[in-house]
Write a protein that binds this ligand. Structure first.
Ligand code: NAG
Ligand code: NAG
Ligand code: NAG
Ligand code: NAG
Ligand code: NAG
Ligand code: NAG
Ligand code: NAG
Ligand code: NAG
Ligand code: NAG
Ligand code: NAG
Ligand code: NAG
Ligand code: NAG
Length: 510
């Protein structure tokens, strides 16, 4: 057990070593000092914590009982509260605070602040490795109510590793980061694993907030029933990874997951369900997931029963990859019942979009002024828009490259009047699609550049423009016709120009 813990801490230092190079102070890895705590102990002899009879009564006393910089505090299964278990600053320390794995200890911050700040200065600094395990933590209110309901990291001279593992954190609140807030110019590694975050709140990031570079990993955890105005998880400029996470029944304001400028984001096996965000009309003004300026891979996930604006709102010159994912029963106020996307590329593979709804356009996907829409082996079933909407499945406007391969459309046609695909100013290659309706496509009425279709789509008819139902042959005819038209136009322009040119020539001779 001890060896295991030691090697864990050591391996964290190895991570430090790999990422931080010579900033690593290896001398910090000294033998760890284990101290026993018991809040019911009335009399103790300093230095306390060496036996259960001489246990330390609280965290502050325990930390003052040793000069070691590698400390484990064993909180047993007790409940800790009061000023000596609240608002403790950590500098230059490797600290593990743990309860009993079979009966977690509780730390009640009683709305008197946070548990730990990690705040340095030029005079007092040094890297911090903080691990919290087997704990319930409740009622944190942050640093002056503003930063980090439970933990506030603000460093200019030190690196930080924070690991929350097997903890349950609830009823905490702060303006920035209802549970953890990070503000730093140095390297930081934030890991939440095997933990539950519930009923926390905040204005920016009800569970986590940063706008600085850092590495955030969340795995095997539940983020349930939190409330906020600007995201439950708010990571701007940090790198972000998430694996096996349930995000359920949160109320997020503009978003639940707000991820911007993160480089590569990998989200695997996420269950994003029953969350709600504000209803906004601007497709990039809100979203259950707001993904801005990043490259995102969303894999093996379920995104269901969310309401407000689009479940996924992606705005980036980069790429959103979605694979092996079910997106169903989401309800968006305006545009994109599953996804609203601007600028970049969307690759969707092996997915099912079922019964999503957008009031205005794009019952499943609303994509505009973008680079690429590539759909492969994907099913759209039962998606819809409101009575005045368009594109019960896809709304495609000014997207440079579109390719559908092995896509199935079923039960998306509304009242025989709103077609599944609305297209404007885009070329689409369609191969091997299956549709239960011949009226698959409609085009903008008096739209700008119209749409061109290529590929082997094997349904007999498509309707685009909506006035008449046209067979693929007829569409080919239109394309040929319009090419002929363009040629004619070019010829006319050429002739006029030439005449004009000659006219000029003529004049120039005089
Ligand atoms: C525990 O520490 C106290 C205070 O330093 C000391 O008096 C006592 O002998 C120690 N007990 C053991 C078993 O080491
Ligand atoms: C609180 O901790 C300080 C040391 O940080 C100690 O001097 C004081 O006695 C402690 N108070 C209680 C009630 O334990
Ligand atoms: C910590 O170090 C100080 C100064 O070096 C010393 O006076 C004190 O006894 C030490 N405390 C413990 C608990 O070892
Ligand atoms: C807490 O731990 C003590 C021994 O450390 C044990 O006697 C007690 O039953 C435990 N209580 C709970 C609720 O697990
Ligand atoms: C702390 O939270 C618990 C519920 O987890 C609640 O019963 C208790 O009243 C709260 N205490 C304070 C001081 O807020
Ligand atoms: C951090 O603690 C170690 C070990 O106690 C000490 O050698 C080092 O000087 C401290 N670093 C700073 C910046 O105070
Ligand atoms: C870190 O630096 C920033 C900018 O100089 C400053 O605002 C902040 O107070 C500093 N933080 C600490 C803990 O010294
Ligand atoms: C949620 O947290 C708030 C305080 O932030 C508290 O008043 C409320 O009782 C909590 N609800 C539950 C179900 O714990
Ligand atoms: C995660 O939590 C579960 C249940 O609390 C426990 O059985 C499992 O061992 C934990 N895993 C780790 C890696 O701590
Ligand atoms: C997916 O994540 C959930 C927790 O949200 C977990 O129970 C499940 O085992 C994970 N599935 C896989 C294949 O890892
Ligand atoms: C197509 O997607 C479905 C899920 O929608 C998946 O079960 C199937 O394996 C995929 N087929 C191929 C050839 O990848
Ligand atoms: C369409 O499907 C057939 C049979 O599955 C396959 O041979 C062909 O390559 C596919 N065409 C395209 C363009 O994907």
């Amino acid at each position: 057990m001890f060896k295991l813990k030691y090697s864990l801490i050591f391996s964290l230092f190895l991570v430090f070593g790999v990422f931080l190079g010579d900033q690593l102070v290896l001398s910090q890895v000294e033998a760890e000092t284990l101290l026993i705590l018991n809040p019911n102990i009335a009399q103790y002899t300093m230095p306390c914590g060496n036996t259960t009879d001489n246990a330390c009564p609280n965290i502050a006393v325990a930390l003052s009982a040793t000069n070691s910089t590698n400390i484990v505090l064993d909180l047993g299964n007790y409940t800790y509260t009061g000023p000596n278990n609240t608002n403790i600053n950590l500098v230059n320390i490797t600290l593990t605070v743990q309860g009993n794995p079979n009966a977690y200890a509780t730390i009640d911050l009683a709305e008197n602040g946070l548990l730990f700040s990690i705040m340095d200065s030029q005079q007092k600094h040094g890297d911090v490795v903080l691990t919290l395990q087997y704990l319930n933590i409740v009622n944190g209110t942050g640093f002056h109510g503003v930063y980090g309901g439970v933990i506030y990291i603000t460093t200019n001279y030190s690196n930080t590793i924070l690991l929350l593992e097997n903890v349950v954190i609830s009823n905490c609140n702060a303006y920035y980061g209802g549970v953890v807030s990070l503000q730093t110019t140095l390297n930081s590694y934030i890991t939440f694993s095997n933990s539950t975050f519930t009923n926390n709140s905040g204005t920016f990031g009800s569970v986590f907030y940063t706008t600085n570079f850092c590495q955030v990993n969340i795995s095997n955890s539940n983020i349930v029933g939190n409330q906020g105005n600007n995201g439950i998880i708010y990571v701007v400029n940090g790198a972000f990874k998430m694996n096996n996470v349930l995000i359920d029944s949160n109320v997020g304001g503009s978003s639940i997951l707000k991820l911007s400028n993160n480089g590569n984001v990998i989200i695997n096996n996420m269950t994003l369900t029953n969350n709600s965000v504000q209803r906004v009309v601007d497709p990039m003004g809100g979203g259950v997931m707001m993904l801005f300026q990043n490259f995102v891979q969303l894999l093996n996930s379920v995104i269901s029963n969310n309401v407000g604006s689009a479940p996924i709102s992606f705005n980036s010159i980069s790429t959103l990859v979605i694979a092996d994912t079910l997106i169903s029963n989401n309800n968006a106020s305006a545009l994109g019942g599953a996804i609203a996307l601007n600028q970049g590329e969307l690759f969707v593979t092996n997915c099912v979009f079922a019964s999503n709804y957008a009031l205005q356009s794009g019952g499943a996907i609303y994509i505009f002024d973008a680079q690429t829409l590539k759909l492969t082996n994907t099913t759209f079933t039962g998606n819809s828009v409101g009575p005045d909407g368009s594109g019960s499945v896809l709304y495609i406007d000014n997207v440079e490259f579109n390719s559908f391969k092995g896509v199935t459309f079923s039960h998306n046609l509304i009242n025989d009047s709103i077609n599944p695909i609305f297209c404007d100013d885009s070329d689409i290659e369609i191969n091997n699609i299956t549709s239960d309706t011949d009226s698959l496509v409609s085009c903008s009425n008096g739209g700008r550049a119209g749409c061109k279709f290529t590929g082997n789509y094997d349904i007999t008819e498509m309707s685009c423009p909506p006035e008449g139902r046209l067979s693929p042959g007829a569409i080919a005819g239109i394309i040929v016709g319009s090419i002929a038209g363009i040629l004619l136009l070019v010829l006319i322009v050429y002739i006029i120009k030439k005449r004009h040119h000659n006219h000029h020539k003529y004049h120039s001779y005089h």
